[in-house]
Design a binder for this molecule. Structure first.
Ligand SMILES: C[S@@+](CC[C@H](N)C(=O)[O-])C[C@H]1O[C@@H](n2cnc3c(N)ncnc32)[C@H](O)[C@@H]1O
Length: 350
């Protein structure tokens, strides 16, 4: 069976997450991926795990993309039809829709991605997506659990908009870049902050542990994990000494210390060598703490002064080749208007 996955943001992080988690998925159109699964349940299980997923539609094979053929398929009071390949429905088509499908209330989509998950769920809307060019009809069968994502974003004990906090969906996507089944595996975040990554990893089935140099952050992580029903070893530790406490780690996923925010261009050129030294120290120590074949998914910041771009990820070239395989780099994620750009890198211990 064929399914369309709608993602929240069309970026290399979403693309890499899907590549790691859904084999054979291909880009159907911007923000929409096509994949095959055995049945509806398997497809839903796959996309529920992802940070980037927003909604899922299933193909209705044999149904022609014309209004009449949809009439029998509407079961809800409210319904909506979106043309994926040509969003603007003409007034005539709209009229035709209303008369042919006189069964319920027609909700007009606002763009070619159809209705938002919140609208779909709140008003229990049957949503059909037509592709006239490919002669395909799809029906939305799942939307992401936005209430749970909002709870994790805004209503955890320590979940305010403090600088440096990863949005939960981004944290989930980062966790999913580790290309194996998490059940029972140990994932550690050595710069755990308020524990966003660890919460997502725990929800994916990892055993989790974290460290942070500040006791306050350790307490925040513990409180956030407990709030969602998870237990973990969280300790005060300098990340360059992780191997003092851990061995045989399956995966390290982390957004490390990125430097103080809002630095002036002349300060950035001093910050970057300091960060690179810290990251090199970490990667050297983490090699001892990881299992052979263990993974690191790590954010490397880059800074644009207007005159020059400073990339901390340049430390990967050369020096680390003896100890790690570079699986992927150039996975980009930035917050809107951020002065720090984040490049996510995936390494595997040799
Ligand atoms: C960018 S924040 C991590 C945010 C975290 N990903 C989250 O979403 O909550 C970096 C964290 O690294 C911690 N930190 C800074 N230097 C450290 C070091 N040398 N070892 C361990 N933690 C450190 C800071 O206290 C801060 O909590």
């Amino acid at each position: 069976m064929r399914f369309l996955l709608f993602v929240g943001a069309s970026n290399t992080l979403a693309e890499s997450e899907i590549e790691a988690q859904i084999s054979g998925a291909t880009l159907y159109q911007p923000n929409v991926y096509l994949f095959e699964a055995l049945d509806e349940l398997e497809a839903q299980r796959l996309v529920t795990n992802l940070g980037c997923s927003i909604k899922l539609a299933q193909e209705l094979p044999g149904v022609a993309p014309v209004m009449e053929s949809l009439a029998d398929l509407v079961t809800a009071k409210n319904f909506s039809v979106t043309c994926l390949d040509n969003f603007q429905l003409s007034n005539q088509t709209n009229q035709e829709l209303k008369t042919v499908l006189a069964k319920g209330r027609f909700i007009l989509p606002k763009d070619q991605f159809g209705l938002s998950p919140i609208l779909l769920k709140k008003h229990r809307i049957d949503e059909f997506l037509l592709d006239n060019h490919r002669e395909e009809v799809w029906k939305t069968i799942w939307v992401h659990n936005f209430e749970h994502w909002i709870k994790k974003d805004r209503h955890m004990p320590f979940a305010n908009a403090k600088a440096g906090i990863l949005p939960p969906k981004i944290a989930r996507s980062m966790v999913n870049l580790v290309p194996f089944d998490p059940q029972g595996k140990l994932l550690v975040d050595p710069f755990c902050g308020s524990g966003r990554l660890l919460v997502e990893a725990a929800e994916r089935g990892y055993r989790v542990a974290g460290t942070d140099i500040l006791e306050e952050q350790v307490r925040e992580t513990q409180a956030n994990l407990k709030f969602l029903g998870f237990e973990a070893q969280v300790s005060v530790l300098d990340a360059t000494h992780l191997s003092d406490l851990f061995y045989d780690i399956d995966a390290i996923v982390t957004e490390p210390f990125l430097g103080k925010p809002n630095l002036r261009p002349d300060q950035i050129k001093y910050l970057v060598p300091g960060l690179q030294k810290l990251y090199l120290g970490c990667l050297k120590d983490w090699h001892k703490a990881l299992k052979p074949g263990g993974f690191i998914v790590m954010v490397f910041p880059s800074f644009d002064t207007g005159k020059q771009v400073y990339k901390t990820s340049s430390i990967i070239d050369g020096k680390l080749e003896l100890s790690y395989n570079l699986l992927k780099r150039g996975i980009l994620y930035s917050r809107p208007n951020a002065d720090v750009r984040r490049e996510i890198v995936i390494l595997q211990k040799k």
